[in-house]
Ligand binder design. Structure first.
Ligand code: GLU
Length: 494
């Protein structure tokens, strides 16, 4: 099995592209086959510098490394394999030769129409009631091409170097059938398909020609691509036939949709993989999430590692209907994934991130005890430095935060509570400085003085952490130790 991902380097890797690549990769791995990355940069005007690097690096981040084609080796982009080059702009001669074969066999023809002539045809067709005019079966016989000029005249023009394109000659009265692995049988009537340009007047190929020629020469047997390419498929199938080659199995994966069911768009969602990398999503989570966008495992299982996906994935469980990109579900999944990490692994992953902001964390032998306290609440690793800030830096005294409407803590009350905390906690011996004991003593004092527990605990927690959310007061006081706890309480001027 040889599958490929064939992006055009026109921007950052799209999240939908990553899903297509993932499915193609999973199929190849499952069959112990080969996954190929080919770069389709025939449209040089749309090619963007750095896009190729972004595509391959984003794939690598997600754990998808091509076996063949454009690959990353020791951080450098190289081409690997004996069917290259794998970058289409390096293959223009191959496409020209193949276009010539189609001319010779009568499946393609030269056309000399100027842009003005084509515009005129469109205008006339529109005036005659055709809303979307194309250069096709219905009007090619009134255009300036080899079909109307005849062999001799055409040869003269070619020899004289007159600008021309090569067009695919769509056969008349034919039904073109695609047996799509996901969508089943899809039929196209030939009169709905245009005589697409295969080779442009500058000698550059179009996507259609290069795509089919390469899928053949690179021996691709399964083509996975987005649903938006389905309308191009009849042209591709005709090209396979015209060349006399065996077509691959096509599988058009469903569109990704915004919550309102419109096509996934920048306005409503982040669409590039880079956005998700930058925001701190884990590659495992993105893979798990996008695998399920359009594919279901046939069970209620929601968590899949890469290896599990390789085993479980199958094209017959990919749906036809578009798949809604549910951001809340993604965040939920990220939380679940983090919770599933062992505490050691979690600590190992956040320690360098925290140490960037607080170098002391790098040498903290008790780091794991602190990590435990946030393991249940974190969604992004980038939140860790702030969540652990109070261990490595002195929080500011923030009276607004220490008071709380919800907990009925007023500034007057703080004036009573802080001395009480200092007195009560100060009298606890170091050896008894544990959560159970702190709880017993503080609850007893609160009861005795007629305070609600929250009226005592909220100010303590807020003073110790300087944060609106954190683990509870006892956990924090124990993790900080008696000395630091007392120092921070003493700093409050009341
Ligand atoms: N170059 C096309 C793209 O950018 C690939 C279409 C295909 O996979 O056949 O998506």
């Amino acid at each position: 099995m040889r599958t490929r991902f064939a992006p055009s380097p026109t921007g950052l890797l799209h999240i939908g592209g990553l899903r297509t690549a993932l499915y193609a990769y999973l199929l190849a791995k499952q069959a112990k086959g080969t996954f190929i990355l080919r770069i389709e940069d025939t449209d040089q005007e749309r090619t963007i510098e750095g896009a190729l690097e972004n595509i391959i690096e984003a794939l690598h981040w997600a754990g998808i490394d091509p076996d063949e084609g454009v690959v990353l080796e020791d951080g450098t982009v190289i081409q690997k394999g004996d069917k290259g080059p794998y970058i289409q702009s390096e293959r223009f001669d191959i496409y020209r030769e193949h276009a010539q074969t189609l001319i010779d066999s009568g499946h393609a023809y030269y056309a000399f129409d100027t842009p003005e002539e084509i515009d005129r045809m469109r205008e006339e067709e529109k005036a005659a009631g055709n809303p979307a005019p194309k250069y096709d079966l219905s009007n090619r016989m009134r255009m300036n091409n080899a079909l109307t000029l005849g062999e001799e005249e055409t040869k003269k023009k070619i020899d004289a170097g007159e600008p021309h394109v090569i067009r695919l000659k769509i056969p008349e009265n034919t039904t073109i059938t695609c047996n799509d692995a996901i969508r089943g049988k899809v039929e196209f009537a030939s009169h709905t398909v245009d005589d697409a340009i295969l080779l442009k007047s500058d000698g550059f190929p179009t996507y259609h020609l290069a795509n089919v020629v390469d899928d053949h020469l690179m021996e691709i047997d399964t083509v996975l691509r987005g649903e938006e390419w389905l309308p191009s498929t009849p042209k591709h199938l005709l090209l396979w036939q015209a060349f006399g080659w065996k077509e691959p199995l096509y599988a058009h994966v469903p569109l990704l949709l915004n919550a309102d069911k419109s096509k996934l768009s920048k306005r409503q969602n982040d669409v590039s993989v880079q956005d998700y990398i930058d925001q701190g999503y884990l590659p495992e989570v993105i893979i798990n999430f996008i695998a399920l966008l359009g594919w279901n495992p046939g069970s209620t299982e929601e968590f899949f590692t890469f290896d599990e996906l390789v085993k479980a994935f199958s094209l017959d469980r990919v749906q036809k209907a578009g798949a809604v990109f549910d951001r809340e579900k993604l965040d939920w999944l990220q939380g679940q994934w983090i919770r599933m990490l062992s505490v050691e692994e979690f600590a190992n992953r956040i320690q360098p991130i925290v140490a960037k902001e607080y170098p002391a964390a790098a040498e903290d032998n008790d780091f794991i005890e602190k990590a435990v306290l946030i393991h249940e609440r974190i969604t992004f690793f980038r939140e860790a430095p702030e969540m652990l800030s109070y261990y490595y830096s002195e929080p500011k005294i923030n009276m607004e935060l220490i008071c709380s409407k919800k907990q009925k803590v007023t500034e007057e009350l703080v004036k009573e509570i802080v001395p009480l905390l200092i007195e009560t906690l100060g009298s606890i011996e170091e050896k008894d400085w544990n959560q159970d004991h702190l709880k017993e003593i503080l609850f007893a004092v609160a009861a005795e003085k007629n305070y609600k527990n929250g009226q005592v605990l909220w100010p303590l927690r807020a003073i110790l952490t300087g944060l609106p959310y954190s683990p509870g007061a006892f956990e924090v006081a124990v993790a900080l130790g008696k000395e630091t706890t007392m120092k921070r309480l003493a700093k409050v001027n009341v």
